[in-house]
Design a protein around this ligand. Structure first.
Ligand SMILES: Nc1ncnc2c1ncn2[C@@H]1O[C@H](COP(=O)(O)OP(=O)(O)OP(=O)(O)O)[C@@H](O)[C@H]1O
Length: 202
């Protein structure tokens, strides 16, 4: 089981070698990279803070959440630091990519039921952990369920997550619609169908 370790990842960009791009989101580009002192492959999410100027609070929240979480089914950050106008978030590398990517490349008809059941169990364990610690993910989708080289499943991307104990603006933000259009139109009572749809159609 992988829980918080005392391993201190370096917070200097010179200690990392960026390889190819492995993903691109609305706010960031993700690279496979080498952490040179540990000789360990990691993923580095590079966020251009100038491009996300109006959402610095959200980014701070994402980084804080990713550094504090400690559960085998939730993707955590090893460390984060700024490089010029960018923020680098160093994470474990999830070699098999997202469920969306796996479906698009190998299962265009969607996963088999047994695979869906396994993915569901792992994602639900992540959600139980997050909810019991006061976090709401708010963007559960196939592109945010990542798989590593050994088949371990982790929920990623806390860009629009919220905290149940937040006050002020962030508290109000819990009552707004965020995430990915099409998913948020479904309410919590449709959760079951939502998961089946996430994993069987994409
Ligand atoms: N640790 C990782 N290992 C391997 N690939 C990753 C990792 N983190 C992210 N990716 C890839 O990069 C893509 C984009 O990452 P992420 O969702 O964190 O960016 P984003 O800008 O917040 O995305 P969104 O558009 O969903 O808000 C993911 O869908 C995935 O394919």
């Amino acid at each position: 089981m992988e829980y918080l370790s005392n391993k201190k990842f370096p917070i200097n960009s010179k200690d990392y070698k960026l390889y190819e791009e492995v993903g691109e989101g609305v706010s960031a580009t993700v690279y496979r990279a080498l952490c040179i002192p540990f000789n360990e492959i990691v993923a580095v999410k590079v966020m251009d803070l100038e491009r996300c100027n109006d959402n610095l609070d959200g980014i701070r929240h994402e980084v804080q959440t990713m550094s504090l979480i400690d559960h085998p089914n939730v993707l955590r950050a090893h460390c984060s630091f700024s490089v010029g106008s960018c923020l680098w978030i160093v994470m474990p590398y999830m070699a098999s990519g997202s469920c969306l990517h796996i479906m698009k490349s190998s299962y265009p008809e969607g996963f088999e039921q047994a695979v869906i059941a396994t993915l569901l169990r792992e994602v639900l364990k992540a959600l139980v952990y997050l909810h019991s610690n006061g976090h709401i993910h708010r963007d559960v989708k196939a592109g945010n369920i990542l798989v590593d080289s050994k088949g371990a499943i982790k929920l990623a991307d806390f860009g629009v997550s919220a905290c149940m104990f937040d006050a002020g603006d962030r508290q109000r933000s819990r009552n707004t619609f965020v995430g990915t259009p099409c998913w948020f139109l479904l309410g919590p009572y449709h959760c079951h169908f939502l998961f089946i749809r996430i994993l069987s159609i994409g």
